[in-house]
Design a protein around this ligand. Structure first.
Ligand SMILES: C[S@@+](CC[C@H](N)C(=O)[O-])C[C@H]1O[C@@H](n2cnc3c(N)ncnc32)[C@H](O)[C@@H]1O
Length: 388
């Protein structure tokens, strides 16, 4: 045990010295060995934070990266906690040597030294602001929505929304590269609310991608619709408009892309059905609450024993509601992706279902039936809408 600690200490000391003496290039922790199976590796670089040296760690998960910055001393201690527990491999690159620590199957560490593989250090960046898809400055809708101030800086209370909008545009941008829209696409945003995401999307499509979109936001609340229409006019977004209507009563002639973000309960199903019925090329929904299936669920399998806990039953209902949504979309000719759209640290409502028009899965309905049987579910609301 003592020898084990000595070896980690030697590695940490070399890390500490390389930082102090200005020889540090980079550090990678790999070969996950801990509980968190999603965490694939950690990459560390040196940055300047409030005038002091700090280690910036990028924690790479299967679907996202999380960056954590620590003052250098604290960062070295963090590496000591991760090594041998969460990661079984550490590679430290410095200007005069490369040092690796590797753990055997029995978690015995060994050190390896090689000649330096790197002759130069990356520039020591300041805690550089992230590059965003949406510029905080010069976008006419952001100050009106209270996200930026008059000088174009994101205000403290707007940070979360700003990150969320950017993530959303980043995702849509990626989808459009795989599945392009026509040059003059018709897009509908169902349950557009205050219009944060609707404005950002219009701006991105029209001003960054050079498309000529016609974008309609459908929203029950008249006051929000009035606010958004006035703002669209002021911003000169002439093909962006909002209508006060229940999405149930909205019957569009054409939809190329259907969006419904955080529409409550069955409003998400109504939106998906409208998109499918209009033959939308792309359907993007981020569901909100999941009441309809939960009220019906009477599990018929051994899982019943764990679903007596309310929170587990709630999560299971969410899983079933969204999983069946994806299968029903597949049965109607969509390739689907279901993923976390923004970190839970920003919002708990973070699941996104994307459908891209393709080939139908002929077995999808049989899969839905089997799941319904297992959970004693009579019907999924989307099923009814698609039958009707
Ligand atoms: C939680 S907000 C989300 C707003 C926006 N999509 C966002 O993500 O920021 C849901 C919005 O959907 C609207 N909504 C709910 N049911 C609707 C319906 N049946 N028809 C039209 N709008 C609806 C609500 O009024 C509300 O503004």
């Amino acid at each position: 045990m003592e020898q084990k600690n000595e070896i980690i200490e030697q590695f940490l000391e070399r890390l500490r010295q390389s930082i102090e003496e200005g020889r540090f290039v980079k550090l990678t922790l790999s070969k996950p060995g801990g509980q968190d199976k999603d965490l694939k590796n950690i990459y560390a670089r040196l940055i300047e934070l409030k005038g002091e040296e700090a280690l910036s760690f990028t924690l790479r998960y299967a679907t996202r990266d999380i960056v954590k910055n620590h003052p250098a001393g604290e960062g070295v201690a963090m590496v000591g906690l991760w090594l041998g527990q969460d990661f079984l491999n550490g590679d430290l690159l410095t200007l005069d040597e490369d040092v690796s620590i590797q753990y055997s199957k029995k978690r015995k560490p060994r050190l390896f030294f090689r000649a330096a593989s790197q002759a130069e250090q990356p520039p020591k960046e300041h805690n550089k602001p992230k590059q965003y898809f949406i510029e905080a400055e010069g976008n006419p809708y952001l100050p009106a929505m209270g996200i930026t101030n008059a000088s174009g800086n994101v205000v403290a209370s707007g940070q979360r929304k700003f990150r969320q909008i950017n993530k959303y545009i980043e995702i849509i941008d990626g989808l459009l590269q795989q599945h392009p829209l026509p040059a003059q696409p018709h897009i509908v945003d169902m349950g557009s609310g205050k219009g944060y995401l609707t404005f950002a999307l219009y701006d991105h499509l029209a001003n960054q991608l050079g498309l000529q979109p016609t974008l309609m936001g459908i929203e029950l609340r008249q006051n929000l619709v009035d606010f958004c229409n006035t703002l669209a006019q002021k911003a000169g977004y002439d093909k962006l408009s909002f209508r006060a209507q229940d999405i149930h009563d909205y019957h569009p002639d054409r939809i190329d892309m259907l969006i419904a973000l955080h529409a409550c309960d069955i409003a998400t199903d109504i939106a998906i059905a409208k998109g499918i019925q209009a033959g939308a090329q792309i359907i993007i929904v981020a569901p909100c609450c999941h009441k309809q299936i939960r009220q019906q669920m009477h599990c018929q399998t051994g899982l019943q024993a764990i679903l007596r806990h309310g929170i587990l039953e709630e999560r299971q209902a969410e899983l079933l509601t969204d999983g069946i949504r994806a299968l029903l979309m597949e049965s109607r000719g969509y390739r689907t992706k279901v993923f976390e759209f923004i970190s839970t640290e920003h919002t708990a409502k973070n699941l996104m279902i994307v459908g891209l028009k393709g080939k139908a899965d002929e077995d999808a309905l049989a899969k839905v039936d089997s799941i319904k049987q297992d959970y004693g579910i009579d019907y999924h609301y989307l099923e009814r809408l698609l039958e009707g």
